[in-house]
Design a protein around this ligand. Sequence first.
Ligand SMILES: Cc1ncc(COP(=O)(O)O)c(C=O)c1O
Length: 456
Amino acid sequence: MSKNWWKESARDIPKIIVEPPGPRSQSMHSSTVRYMRGLSSQVKLFPVCFSEGYGITLTDVDGNRYLDFSSGIYVTSLGHSHPKVSEAVASWAKKLMNCHDFTTPVKDKLLQKIAEVLPGNLNGVQFYCDGSTAVEAGLRAARAITGRHEFISCFRDFHGKTMGAVSLARMARGDVLAYGPTRAPGFYLVPRPDPYRPTFTKPDGRIDTDQYIRFYEQFIQEGTAGNVAAFVLEPTQGWGGSIFPPDDFFPKLKKLCQNHSILLFADEILAGMGRTGEWMCMSHWNVIPDIVTFGKSFGNGFPITAVVVREENAEALDNISASSSYGGNPMGCAAALACLEVIEEEDILENVRTVGAFFQKRMSQMKEEHPIIGDVKGKGFLLGIELVKDKSTKEPFEEAGKLVYQKAFRKGLAWIPAGHILRMSPPLIMDEVYAEMGLSMIEEAIGEVEREYGYR
Ligand SMILES: Cc1ncc(COP(=O)(O)O)c(C=O)c1O
């Protein structure tokens, strides 16, 4: 199959035939919200109703066709309805949907493939169906491996909505608040380095990684009971705004963890499986974690996730049962296996690196030209544009974030809002033509907002 399978379907996008959200979208949204509660801000800010997705396009029920800059939510990374992935799921849906955790030919093949593509000896695997449960399994694995029970995680990282995952995250987050009054005992949070908004700086104002590491060292001594099982982090903050740490951070953190016999647990549910141009995002820093989780892109929309540990610790997984109603079902394994094969066959990692470099160059130009763009960030196809009221004070410009999101959506860009940091997660198959198309729509929307607020 040609790697250009999606191009014909993208020929005439964006195609807006009625101002979105159009009448059919609005009517279906009203009908849905009669029963469904707790929708995300993404839907509330732009209540469109989608009926189809193919490649890099999404179509709504009014017939509008959009360029996709969201991949669902970092999920359909190989494009909507990738023929090979859809075919793989359909073929197992017809012959065997579930046989608990018995092995199947497709599960066996997937396990071999995971061991082949991941670096080092990351090959102890369990399968689950969403990111949160894979993270929970990672926490259980860390306890089983170390016999310890405390965890350190970071401000503004996100790990899911089950109780362990919630305990790793910020409690004041709207949809987590309800789980209060507080996190589970033994879970602690520390600041993580954000090069644009550093907590610890050198005298010249640049971020100082060593101070973060010294603080963690002190925190382990003074703030914990000395029973830390794992340091749990996203390699890059996804929900937090596509924020990557400085390049020396993970190598230094790994050393600190080793000095204290603490496991390094990289939650790659969002960043892993090609999104940043590597199978595993941590490979950018040549750091192999002890525990890693994959999801989202792993099944390209079919719910399959995984927790993986190093071979020398894999025996400990025998103490945390892999039994799950749906985890590792044949359809999920078929989807994930097809995804890993497509990443190789279509040279996806190379595309992400090349087009990712184009994104960075183009976004840097935008930053120079626009008074409200404070920072542009990301790697590969995990991207962010931070909006500020004033470049010198860096005051976040939340209102502008919402407006830019809505305006670009109206022009035909389906994407993700996140307060004042505009997040982009295009399908990894996208070429420079469509990367430019999407960025132009965003730039136009930013220009309009700047005029409305008197910046131009
Ligand atoms: C880094 C990370 N971990 C875990 C999760 C939770 O995944 P899920 O929503 O599939 O439970 C998410 C979801 O966005 C995530 O970004």
